[in-house]
Design a binder for this molecule. Structure first.
Ligand SMILES: [Zn+2]
Length: 342
């Protein structure tokens, strides 16, 4: 399988992260790339460098104001006397019905939902190249390969049209889906990350042409808390085109695969022309987040099951954090998927 990745994606190196109010090392480490690259190679992938696609495919799902913020906020932040080394917000609008602030601190609060997405001098370029990996994977599928893998890091599924959050800046899965729309009337996004794909849901919430389906740990007591519940079904013309399957904490392979079958029923009813898999590997039993209990053989079965949908598929890397099995879990998924592909 073709895989896409650029060295620039490794430069983003976030330091800080507040967990239950306590400063912790940020889990979205550059080292993840090494593990994922090894995993992709073990599954027989060939790694290609993506092309520079400019802002076009990114601007197709994000606002101009937000992209301008991402590109320039770090330099602006450095001009604030006594500011932190990384851009981290400390105030947020409780609702989006006020004014757009002119100040760097105000805009950081407006465009960053939490402290898990600190912005350094390397973040913008890393996030852009990560998105371009998704673009090239989608274009490979458009050109006729049955599936391609985008090693997207930083990840993307918590990024809304104009908000960064949860380690995410540009929504790579949404970018891939939008590229696929050039050729496909209907695209489904299946998000199997431990966490609900709230940014992806938000971007397509009012659209009937992109079905968003997410399996994840029940957000009633888990990030992202405010989204991912079963009663969020879309709005306006998009009503009925968002489908959430929250799972009890510590759900195992059998429970995950059972929920996946329910997701497949909805996807088949939608009859998409192409599929994006938002592939988080943090549902793993040994992942530092510890929310679900999927095993390494479980990822192989998940890959096999998704391949049986028989759709042209872009696999976009989302979460999955440092543990000995991170690369093995990617190998397992891609091997399972490749083995059952048409
Ligand atoms: Zn996650």
């Amino acid at each position: 399988m073709k895989a896409f990745y650029a060295e620039e994606q490794k430069r983003h190196d976030p330091k800080a992260f507040l967990s239950s109010g306590a400063p912790q090392p940020n889990p979205e480490q550059p080292e993840r790339v090494e593990r994922l690259l090894a995993g992709a190679l073990s599954a027989g992938c060939t790694i290609e460098r993506p092309r520079n696609h400019g802002l076009g495919p990114v601007a197709a799902v994000h606002t101009p104001e937000y992209l301008d913020f991402l590109e320039h906020i770090y330099a602006r932040w450095q001009r604030i006397e006594g500011a932190s080394a990384e851009v981290i917000p400390n105030i947020h609008p409780i609702a989006r019905n006020g004014s757009y602030p002119a100040s760097a601190v105000g805009q950081a609060g407006y465009h960053m939902a939490d402290t898990a997405c600190p912005i350094s001098g390397e973040t913008w370029q890393s996030a852009l190249w990560s998105a371009w990996s998704a673009v090239d994977a989608a274009e490979a599928v458009i050109s006729g390969v049955p599936a391609a893998y985008a090693l997207c890091r930083p990840p993307g599924h918590h990024a809304f049209a104009d908000v960064a959050s949860g380690f995410c800046f540009i929504n790579n899965s949404a970018v891939a889906a939008q590229v696929l729309r050039k050729q496909s009337a209907r695209v489904a996004i299946l998000d199997v990350d431990l966490h609900h794909g709230n940014g992806t849901q938000g971007i397509f919430y009012a659209r009937p042409d992109v079905l968003t389906v997410s399996l994840h740990a029940d957000p009633v007591r888990f990030y992202p808390f405010f989204w991912g519940h079963a009663d969020e079904r879309g709005e306006g013309p998009g009503l009925g085109y968002n489908f959430n399957l929250p799972l009890p904490r510590k759900s195992d392979d059998a429970a995950f695969l059972e929920a996946l079958e329910v997701a497949f029923q909805r996807i088949r009813a939608f009859s998409p022309d192409a599929l994006v898999v938002a592939l988080g590997l943090d549902a793993f039993e040994g992942d530092p987040f510890g929310g679900l209990s999927v095993t390494t053989p479980g990822f192989l079965r998940i890959g096999e099951a998704i391949a049986k949908l028989g759709l042209p598929t872009v696999i976009v890397q989302e979460g999955g954090y440092l543990c000995d099995e991170l690369g093995d879990n990617l190998t397992a998924f891609l091997t399972g998927f490749g083995g059952k592909m048409r």
